[in-house]
Design a protein around this ligand. Structure first.
Ligand SMILES: C[C@H](N)C(=O)N[C@H](CCC(=O)O)C(=O)O
Ligand code: MG
Length: 363
């Protein structure tokens, strides 16, 4: 079960509509694909999105980390020595969590195939279906209200509303959306680091007073500002979820020890893959903190890996895995089935990916 070759490629997938947050605007997914080949005919698949505004990872950086560090470390190793392989992957370069996540998921894919079991079962999971929210990009209030109605018509019953561009408009945005959809969907919001702590408390409490019924707010303040996050958590009626503040298991433990957030958003691209995501989930179980599994703007290869995690762990009570349904096409054969909000995990061994159309190989 020796790793013989690791191939890299790129995929491009257009979005249905531009994706806009307080940190960035994009109109297509342009991701790095990792294929790990072993000395049977098995292939493990991974994907890494260049989300520089959040992870610092660019396309060139992801490819460089893979070519100069990760591939050199992994080729020749036996996938069956799984713990050794995972430790080597995590040690071979600091940061670069998106490149690590792509390699990590390809290795889990192979390990599951080796033992003929889907990864979510390998992790002890029992549920095979989950329900995702869908993201509404930050725009003017009227456009967001229209997008929210479209999402309800597509069958979604939980909307993740982006805010934080011109914060003076944020309460009006939420009022327009709530008025348009009534009580047909739950609303969670994501400020993507845009507010100051005081501004966050003021805006969230205004939203609460206006009866907008916000389930939680993701990352109201700067990523490094753990004290600011705690300030908001202690004063806001709306529960607070740490996203950009939590990359590693160490970040998660610190946030939980400080009581700086009520909830944590686990993303494979922030923590470096399933190996570290499982550590965050375990810490959350210890501290009694519920988690969401989220994604960057990613296609189905990497979101599929997050689906396996979400199906495995009961501490994950919230799902934001809408990357594939924001895309206008799906180049991936196999893996989870995305039927709008309903996601069914693959019961095939490993992660269940059969192939990817249109990869532009780099070799
Ligand atoms: C796509 C997902 N629903 C989402 O909103 N993720 C963002 C960041 C995505 C990106 O900028 O690629 C988040 O939760 O902050
Ligand atoms: Mg977020």
């Amino acid at each position: 079960m020796k790793i013989t070759e690791i191939r890299l490629g790129m995929i491009s997938v257009p979005l249905r509509v531009p994706f806009k947050t307080a940190l960035r605007s994009v109109s297509s997914v342009e991701d790095v694909i990792v294929e790990i080949h072993i000395d049977t005919s098995a292939v493990g698949y991974g994907e890494a999105p260049p989300t520089g505004a959040i992870t610092g990872d660019t396309t060139g950086g992801i490819i460089g980390a893979l070519q100069d560090h990760i591939i050199k470390t992994l080729v020749g190793r036996d996938v069956d020595d799984f713990e050794d392989v995972m430790r080597a992957l995590n040690k071979c370069i600091v940061k670069n969590t998106s490149a690590k996540a792509a390699a990590d998921m390809a290795l889990w894919d192979l390990y599951g195939q080796l033992y003929h079991v889907p990864v979510y079962k390998l992790l002890g999971g029992s549920r095979n279906k989950i329900v995702t929210d869908i993201t509404i990009s930050v725009n003017d209030p009227e456009e967001m209200a229209r997008d929210a109605i479209n999402a309800i018509e597509r069958g979604y019953d939980c909307l993740k509303i982006k805010v934080g561009v011109s914060p003076e408009l944020d309460v009006a945005r939420l009022m327009a959306v709530r008025k348009a959809i009534g009580d047909k969907a739950c609303i969670r919001i994501d400020a993507n680091t845009a507010w100051t702590p005081k501004q966050a408390v003021k805006l969230l409490n205004q939203m609460q007073e206006k009866g907008l019924d916000i389930e939680f707010v993701e990352q109201p303040v700067k990523a490094h500002d753990f004290e600011g996050l705690k300030y908001v958590t202690e004063r806001s009626y709306v529960p607070v979820m740490a996203d950009e503040s939590v990359f590693s298991p160490e970040d998660a433990v610190k946030i939980m020890q400080m009581g700086a957030a009520d909830l944590v958003n686990i993303k494979l691209m922030k923590c470096g893959g399933l190996y570290n995501a499982l550590k965050i989930a375990s810490a959350a179980e210890v501290y009694g903190v519920e988690c969401m599994v989220g994604c960057m703007l990613e296609a189905k290869v990497s979101v599929n890996a997050a689906v396996h995690l979400a199906c495995a762990k009961q501490v994950i009570t919230k799902i934001d895995l809408d990357g594939p349904v924001l895309c206008s096409e799906d180049p991936v054969q196999g893996g989870a089935v995305f039927n709008e909000k309903e996601i069914t995990v693959s019961s095939e061994p490993g992660l269940g990916i059969q192939g990817i159309e249109g990869i532009r190989y780099l070799d």
